[in-house]
Design a protein. Sequence first.
Length: 83
Amino acid sequence: MEPTTTYHILDLDAGVQPTAIYLMFLGGEFDEALDCAVFADTQEEPGPVYRHLEWLRSLGGPPVLTAKEGKLGDETSPTGSRR
């Protein structure tokens, strides 16, 4: 049997708790290392959220990755566009 690799990935929604956890990893408060944090981008977030993510990236910690697949508002609106 081959050895299993364990990854530590943070689901980062840019809120208070995930930000605190990210900063705790950055400060060495956990025994494990954080491999990366992933932000699921709806492309509908207010500007301060994106600035916050850039600030987290600027700290030089584990990579903050962004996953996005289309614009959420286009998927939830009956006409495909927001009003």
